[in-house]
Design a protein around this ligand. Structure first.
Ligand code: ZN
Length: 324
């Protein structure tokens, strides 16, 4: 097919933009060609969603293990706004109080799993207005390869390979955790911003770190390690319901808090646990104390965040919801 000159150029730009984005995604580069019109339309952060709604994303790109905030603004209240990301349903919550404020804003969190392959993905949003008008739109999100540290370790075999009984126990616990994280409590159990669980701590390390033990690639580190001495109080990052409080093989004394809408925080290696399953906790409530239980070399808090089954960097939710 022969296209007129201008269209040919546009088609060329479109193709090169897509290729360029793919290259960036593969290389994990942060640079983005936002200045070029074709690229900007491919990865925009704001878009029309039906006649009277607009979808905004906190960023058109994410690293593996990143978190995005989606905002759906509408001139009138919407029924059941929902998103679809990587085959999973994302629930939105209403930001406004009172409910009749205009425009109405709905927020949703999109978690990009630590091991989600780099590339271009679609985030599809659907809702219905009170008058029955369908609202739908799709945003493109570019997932970039995370730049995670790789640690090579040579250690005696017995420290790497659990015996068959330990392995069976660890696998059963992993399965239970997966089932917990796949359960979506439909109501939001928190309000406001999330906090770092240790007082005075502002950063963590090791998120996504890959360990190669005796030449074998282990699973990536799914949370951040926060510095703390044994006995330091561990606080709930936000309010929610305790859904796990027990000793696990790898993470020692552990607590999982369900915050609703598929959002869970995980606290590991505790020296003691102060809550039990079923407890309703408020933001900052004492969950236990820092320790060195499970497979660790020293005391610290392992803090994890799961959003719709995606393992994401928990420090991101602290930043993203700080003004919510
Ligand atoms: Zn850890």
């Amino acid at each position: 097919m022969i296209l007129p000159g201008k269209m040919r150029i546009q088609a060329f730009l479109q193709i090169s933009c897509t290729r360029f984005l793919q290259m960036l995604a593969l290389s994990g580069l942060l640079l983005l060609p936002l200045g070029t019109e074709t690229c900007a339309t491919a990865i925009q952060t704001r878009m029309k969603c039906g006649k009277s709604a607009e979808l905004r994303l906190s960023s058109p790109t994410s690293n593996q293990g990143g978190l995005l905030l989606a905002e759906l603004r509408s001139q009138q209240p919407l029924k059941a706004p929902k998103g679809k990301w990587d085959g999973k349903e994302i629930l939105f919550w209403n930001r406004n109080t009172p409910e009749d404020a205009s425009p109405v804003a709905y927020l949703g969190l999109v978690g990009v799993d630590l091991e989600q392959p780099a590339g271009k993905y679609e985030f599809a949003v659907t809702a219905e207005s009170q008058s029955g008008e369908k609202v739908s739109c799709t945003a493109n999100v570019l997932v970039k390869a995370g730049r995670f540290a790789v640690e090579n370790l040579q250690v005696p075999k017995q420290f790497v390979e659990p015996d068959p009984e330990q392995l069976k126990r660890a696998q059963e616990e992993q399965k239970r955790l997966r089932e917990i994280f796949a359960t979506m409590s439909p109501e939001r159990l928190w309000q406001g911003s999330f906090r770092i669980p240790l007082d005075g701590v502002t950063s963590g390390k090791n998120f996504g770190k890959r360990r190669i033990l005796n030449g074998q690639l282990g699973s990536p580190h799914g949370g951040v390690d926060l510095p703390g001495t044994t006995g330091t109080p561990v606080h709930a990052a936000q309010s929610g319901r305790v859904v796990l409080a027990e000793e696990l093989f790898f993470s020692g004394n552990s607590v999982v808090v369900d915050h609703g809408l598929g959002i869970y925080t995980f606290y590991g290696h505790l020296s003691e646990i102060s809550v039990k399953v079923g407890d309703e906790v408020s933001s900052g409530a004492l969950l236990g104390k820092v320790g060195a239980t499970g497979r660790v070399t020293g005391p610290h808090l392992h803090w994890g965040l799961t959003v719709n089954r995606a393992r994401v960097d928990p420090l991101q939710i602290v930043k993203l919801l700080s003004s919510e």
